[in-house]
Design a protein. Sequence first.
Length: 193
Amino acid sequence: MNPHKVRYYGEMRDNNFEEMMATVLHVYREVDIVNNGVIIPELGDTVTPSFDEKPGIQAISTTSRELPPVPGKHPSATRDYEYRGLGTLSLLAAIDLHTGIVTEIIRKTHNSDDFIAFLKKLDSSYPGDKNMGIILDNLKVHTSGKTREYLLTVQNRFEFVFTLKHGSWLNIVEMLLSKLARTMLRGIMVKKH
């Protein structure tokens, strides 16, 4: 088989695809209306975070020093091909669609406890009377028993708007995480202390 000749497709597996897509797009339309001053929400500023995780970020360090650019010889910094793996990390992040403010946490794992820790950080970042309509995907940790237990302790604080299966392209934070991966995280080295 020639792998370069294989073509892939996305099969629509969600019976509520159209309805869920319309719900997410409706939230984006509301954000646009609020951001452009067409309507002013009754309770003041609206909080609409778009959330996702970027798992598997490889933390690596060099085995030898990086060489600086040399005019006429090496136009950029030069690194040895060898590196030390320091494990992987997960970035959990949300961008407030009204202000552009990013809330983030870095974790070694990627589970319900990490998601709850993120929700707690998000909760402490905004006044307590604000309801947050979070756009996120259907990852199991977002609806786990632990997550549901935590949500009972902060009733009416978070409202989840789920993107559909194979619909991550509907989540605006995906663009931010993609940009981070292609620019800032690509080739980054960390120093082990």
